[in-house]
Design a binder for this molecule. Structure first.
Ligand code: AHR
Length: 325
């Protein structure tokens, strides 16, 4: 339950306010998605909504996240919210939080812990499903367009992060299933600069790349720059098809232009979802251990309007100007 902060009004009357203190450990600021995620958390956990938010940016380093959590425990926050950079390595610090009686809500990426009671709830995306949707789309698109060969490269996210694990696994399984040629895989650490660097080096090594699977939008922006700098073209009528994840505003604009042919949504607006969990806990209610967000798919053109994964149909929205607006 929240701390009681006593305040006196101008008549010396005691007023009692419930202020809920939240320690939030954020991965970093590596992508546009991450910026939107931080903004969503800050907007909800504001002073005017009755919260005190202690925000810590870990600059993509797990050791900084661990230090932040120890500091939140010392400050006796009411809740710890953790967006973990990678899945493993959390047992010790989360055990400390549990021993201190502070509930931990994990958001976005997952944690892999030996004891599931070390965190109270998780909310985020089904990253492997995102990847499977992208691959099912590519298979259908290749057939619709009569593509003879898929010579694909994968610009992966941060190694050991749930979106990297899920999206990469989906691709490697699809490569087996559909007989695609997977030429290379390398991490672009979810950043534009590294995505560009990795793409440039892949282009030097392989002449025949015709699809790049970018595990987020910022890497896709970097990859597009590298492809164009190398004198090649992107798009349905170009040399290389770019597939991406996130569907940020910039990603959607590039999808409308055709520079990205398919963009699978990864929703960053978790602030209200985390607040919903905290409100329930404050009321002494049960919360779901895992909550998956529903996500859409956006394409340039309408060649593949629907795909099916595990018996479920997913519609693909063609990006037009009104969607960008
Ligand atoms: O964990 C979500 C991923 O992390 C998003 O796809 C990416 O853009 C971000 O950096």
């Amino acid at each position: 339950a929240s701390k009681k902060a006593d305040a006196s009004d101008e008549n010396g009357m005691e007023a009692e306010n419930d202020v809920i203190t939240i320690g939030f450990s954020q991965v970093g600021a590596e992508s546009d998605w991450r910026t939107a995620h931080s903004e969503s958390i800050k907007k909800v956990f504001s002073e005017k909504n009755g919260y005190e938010l202690i925000f810590d940016d870990a600059r993509q380093k797990q050791e900084n996240q661990v230090a932040a959590i120890f500091s939140f425990i010392q400050q006796e926050v009411d809740y710890i919210v953790l967006a973990p950079v990678t899945e493993t390595g959390w047992d010790t610090v989360l055990q400390e939080a549990k021993d201190a009686g502070i509930p931990v809500i994990v958001v976005d990426r997952m944690v892999k812990v030996s004891d599931e009671s070390l965190y109270t709830a998780w909310v985020g995306s089904d990253f492997k499903l995102e990847g499977r949707k992208a691959c099912a789309w590519l298979d259908a698109y290749a057939k619709a367009k009569g593509m003879q060969e898929i010579n694909i490269v994968d610009i992966q996210g941060t190694y050991g992060a749930t979106p990297q694990i899920g999206r990469t696994q989906a691709l490697t399984e699809a490569v087996e299933q559909y007989g695609w040629n997977l030429l290379a895989m390398e991490s672009g650490e979810f950043t534009q600069a590294k995505g560009k660097e990795v793409m440039a080096s892949m282009l030097e090594q392989y002449e025949n790349i015709n699809v790049v699977y970018c595990e987020n939008d910022n890497q896709a922006f970097g990859a597009i720059e590298a492809i164009e700098d190398a004198g090649k073209t992107v798009g349905p009528d170009g040399d290389i098809l770019v597939i991406s994840f996130d569907a940020t505003h910039g990603g959607i604009v590039n999808t409308m232009k055709g520079k990205i042919v398919l963009n699978v949504e990864c929703n960053p607006l978790h602030g209200p979802r985390v607040e919903d969990i905290i409100k329930k806990l404050e009321e002494g209610k049960e919360v779901d251990k895992q909550i998956f967000t529903e996500e859409r798919m956006y394409s340039h053109g309408a060649d593949v309007p629907v795909i099916t994964v595990d018996g479920t149909d997913y519609e693909i929205t063609e990006v037009t100007q009104d969607i960008v607006d």
